[in-house]
Design a protein around this ligand. Structure first.
Ligand code: URA
Ligand code: CA
Length: 440
């Protein structure tokens, strides 16, 4: 087998065999194929595509390019993955709720980069919280408490590490087979047997249109069918931050507020929707209706909040933040941003809001940057809401007055008001299961 013949085959649009795909993935993982040949093959795949069988083979071979975990957690290991949103704290709500309903949530999560936040960064705003855990300790926590959320292990799916870095600099990120295999190879390697995917669509999302997001969702569900994993995908909008809180400690606070029944809204609705799919995918509940009822009971009874406390304590954090959110890091400069004119909120540039939080220090400009856990903002209005002059649009939590000034400018520029009544944002667009696509 040689890489040149594989490049030639894909250049001509032929389907690659499992053996050819294995040679490519192994070579990417162990460094034996030079970057220029990997890059040529990536471009051939980007231009000529891969069929469902090839995409499933690529996913398995990328997963098997490094360690594969086979977690023994006393149930079907279930994971949830979002392709990246703003103000999206669903994991911190659904992981404990699903665990409280008998699920085994084994979540490896990324750090934030650019306009999107990362769950492990949010968790690190809890005093003492450890997110870099040895695998056996991570598994043990899932076995005992039902959930753990840790950082992505560095040695899983090494082929993806190499290929993702090359795609980033060769114009080959926007390929459905390459995106699907990249996301799922890491989940498979980490041992997930049931996976719920939240595929975001809209401006600033990996998949800008509903059609492309549904195609990515379908491709990933199909990979599950080939690979013997239960995969369900939800396509959701990211026209507006899901929750009202944007920033690390602020998003933890909002998750605790939801689990304490102090707040609801779209963040809670989407978290329960995704959580219900997790319980169904893992076979814990027979259908969506039963799963919703179980989750609602766990929420109302406070068992979900109790699970979050258990998980925080198991990972070395201070669970009393769940009783008193004021124990989370607090920003020194708190300021309200008033509306200047009457109108309705018509459009929100979610990416611009994410970047405003990043500039305040909540996110990284460069990989490895320190983040400020306390800063960010809370939106006080949503799309479709009316405002009068002087009403608070949002509340800023900043490190300095200058940072608050800059954030105010950015947030104002990210919002479009109308003189006529406007509509709320669509949150859930489609549900994709092995049985097909349902538009919601
Ligand atoms: N996230 C990934 O992990 N891989 C991609 O290719 C795109 C998003
Ligand atoms: Ca209002």
């Amino acid at each position: 087998m040689d890489i040149l013949s594989i490049i030639e085959a894909k250049k001509l649009g032929k389907a690659l065999s499992r053996e050819q795909i294995r040679f490519f993935a192994r070579g990417a993982g162990d460094g034996s194929i030079p970057d220029y040949q990997l890059a040529a093959l990536l471009m051939a795949i980007r231009l000529n595509g891969m069929d469902a069988r090839e995409t499933a083979d690529l996913t398995m071979e990328m997963a098997e390019s490094g360690n594969m975990l086979y977690p023994d957690v006393g149930g079907v290991p279930v994971d949830k993955h979002s392709t990246g949103g703003v103000g999206d704290t669903t994991t911190l709500i659904l992981a404990p709720l699903v665990a409280a309903c008998g699920g085994k949530v084994l979540k490896m999560s990324g750090r934030g980069l650019g306009h999107t936040g990362g769950t492990v960064d949010k968790m690190e705003s809890i005093p003492g919280m450890r997110v870099e855990l040895p695998e056996d300790e991570f598994m043990d926590i899932v076995r005992r408490t039902g959930c753990a959320v840790v950082g992505q292990s560095a040695h899983l799916a090494p082929a993806d590490k190499t290929l993702y870095a090359l795609r980033d600099v060769t114009g080959t990120v926007d390929s459905i087979p390459l995106i699907a295999s990249s996301i799922l190879s890491k989940k498979f390697a980490a041992g997930a047997r049931a996976i719920v995917l939240d595929v975001k669509c809209g401006s600033g999302a990996l998949m800008p249109t509903l059609d492309s997001a549904v195609n990515l969702a379908r491709t990933m569900v199909e990979i599950g069918a080939h690979a013997g994993r239960q995969i369900i995908a939800v396509v959701s909008g990211m026209d507006e931050p899901l929750g009202s809180h944007v920033g690390n400690a602020l998003e933890v606070k909002e998750a605790v507020d939801v689990l304490s029944l102090r707040t609801g809204g779209p963040l809670k609705d989407v978290a329960l929707f995704l959580g219900a799919q997790m319980l169904v995918a893992a076979g814990v509940q027979p259908d969506e209706k039963a799963a919703f009822a179980a989750l609602e009971e766990a929420l109302q009874s406070g068992r979900g909040l109790q699970k979050l406390k258990e998980m925080i304590a198991a990972q070395g954090g201070d669970p009393s933040v769940c009783d008193d959110v004021a124990l989370l890091p607090q920003a020194p400069v708190i300021r309200s941003v008033p509306a200047l004119e009457a109108g309705w909120l018509e459009k929100v540039d979610g990416v611009a809001l994410g970047l405003a939080a990043q500039q305040m220090g909540a996110g990284r400009i460069r990989k490895g940057d320190e983040i400020d856990p306390a800063v960010g903002f809370v939106m006080n209005i949503r799309m479709g809401d009316p405002v009068q002059p002087g009403d608070s649009i949002c509340t800023l939590y900043a490190r300095t007055p200058e940072s608050a000034d800059a954030a105010e400018q950015r947030i104002r520029a990210a919002l479009t008001f109308s003189r006529e009544k406007t509509a709320p944002a669509r949150l859930l667009h489609a549900l994709v299961t092995p049985q097909g696509v349902t538009y919601l």
